[in-house]
Design a protein around this ligand. Structure first.
Ligand SMILES: NC(=O)c1ccc[n+]([C@@H]2O[C@H](COP(=O)([O-])OP(=O)(O)OC[C@H]3O[C@@H](n4cnc5c(N)ncnc54)[C@H](O)[C@@H]3O)[C@@H](O)[C@H]2O)c1
Length: 389
């Protein structure tokens, strides 16, 4: 087995999800490369050491530059907040390292363009962790589309709803609430949640050509987490919704918010074509709903496919049919695909260029929200692996 020596930046939510993936992937997937957990980097040494001990990382760095410079590391995994992605990715690419980056790729489209150019010039394998593509039920939806079962697509709609920022007493910034600070997050739900919906949409239904959107900030000022005596105006989008046209002629509708009381991580999609429809809901993650107009009339109805069979995407690597997998497995599946790409020399998607496509859709949505106009999506925003309907 060949070693793939990993250096990871960040030990938060994604640091845990990715560490788990590095530890599990070789046990479940037969791959030529085996990840080696070489070093974790975070600024607080004591916490980083505790994290390293818990997850089996061999060493600790407190400056990501030192991590990037290490000759015993092949791949840099960026699991730190959005405003750090660009600098780390550019340095890693310049050092000839593979780069696996959390989403959103960047703070905005121009950063994402620069990062994509750098990674392509360096010619290093790269991946952006839009993990929902690796939910077996969503991967099955992709298979249904690719098999031509949807027919002519008419509508794509997606929702991504949460409810954790409703309280006006919630502070902003600091270690844990950087998502509410535009200087660190870049944007609000658009970059955090809509980015996932758009990545999946581009994959299933092809490029988006133009958008019209609106955003809202429901709580205008918040206290700072690090200094509650100070307040800062909130400039991230608390809610974002938009309509769009896809290049294949279908219409899209997207809604996202952190103010949908009762919705914790409600992530749905539906695609309607002349032959069939598919529907997915992350709160029922093992099922793909499928309506086939080709069925005999008296049997028409939504079919609820329990996506746990050996014939379903990824599932033959896991348990026996009927046994489910979970959220963390989407990261393991993504990593298994990346390792497969290293073996075959094929690019793994979504890569930086695909994530640039998502970023440019988000830029267009935010510009439309500012101007009140329809906005065309920049031409290099067409994903390389788009289905195209
Ligand atoms: N794929 C997904 O579904 C998903 C889910 C959550 C978060 N994310 C993305 O992952 C990234 C991290 O989010 P998170 O939820 O894990 O955040 P988090 O706040 O839980 O963890 C962030 C980590 O980065 C570290 N960090 C911050 N600045 C650093 C620096 N300059 N050098 C080294 N370490 C630094 C922090 O100490 C912390 O360990 C974000 O880009 C986020 O959008 C993706």
């Amino acid at each position: 087995m060949k070693e793939l020596r990993i250096g990871i930046v960040g030990y938060g939510f994604m640091g845990r999800a990715h560490s788990n993936a590095y530890r599990q992937v070789s046990q479940f997937f037969d791959r030529e490369y085996r990840p080696v957990l070489k070093a974790v980097c975070a600024r607080n040494r004591a916490k980083a050491e505790a994290f390293a001990a818990n997850w089996g990382w061999e060493s600790v760095e407190t400056d990501w530059r030192a991590l990037v410079d290490r000759p015993d590391i092949d791949a840099i995994d960026i699991c730190s907040p959005n405003n750090t992605h660009r600098e780390i990715a550019l340095a890693a690419a310049a050092a000839g390292k593979m780069v696996l980056c959390e989403k959103p790729l960047a703070m905005n489209g121009s950063e994402a363009r620069e990062m994509t150019a750098a990674i392509e010039q360096a010619g290093v394998p790269n991946l952006v962790w839009f993990n929902y593509r690796r939910v077996p039920a969503i991967a099955l939806a992709k298979q249904v589309v690719d098999e031509g079962r949807i027919g002519r697509p008419f509508h794509y709609r997606a929702q991504y709803l949460q409810d954790w920022t409703i309280s006006p007493d919630l502070p902003l910034g600091g270690q844990t609430l950087w998502r509410l600070d535009a200087d660190v997050a870049g944007a609000g739900v658009s970059g955090d949640l809509v980015a996932h919906s758009v990545d999946t949409a581009l994959w299933l239904n092809g490029p988006i050509t133009e958008v019209t959107g609106m955003t809202e900030i429901f709580v205008k000022d918040r206290a700072l987490q690090d200094d509650p005596t100070q307040t800062k105006p909130v400039t991230i989008d608390d809610a974002c919704q938009f309509m769009c046209r896809f290049a294949n002629g279908s219409l899209g509708l997207f809604e996202s918010t952190r103010y949908a009381r009762g919705r914790k991580n409600y992530n749905t999609l539906e695609l309607n074509g002349d032959k069939a429809s598919v529907y997915f809901d992350l709160e029922d993650p093992h099922r793909l709903q499928y309506y086939n107009h080709g069925d005999d009339d008296h049997l028409h109805g939504w079919r609820s496919i329990h996506v746990t069979g050996f014939e379903h995407p990824y599932m033959k690597s896991w348990w026996v049919p009927g046994c489910t997998i979970g959220y963390e497995h989407t990261f393991i599946n993504a990593l298994a695909d990346f390792l497969h790409g290293l073996e075959t020399g094929e690019e793994t998607h979504p890569n930086f260029r695909d994530a640039l496509a998502t970023q440019l859709v988000l830029d267009a949505v935010l510009e439309s929200a500012r101007t009140g106009q329809w906005v065309s999506v920049a031409a290099d925003g067409f994903a390389t692996d788009a289905a195209g309907g």
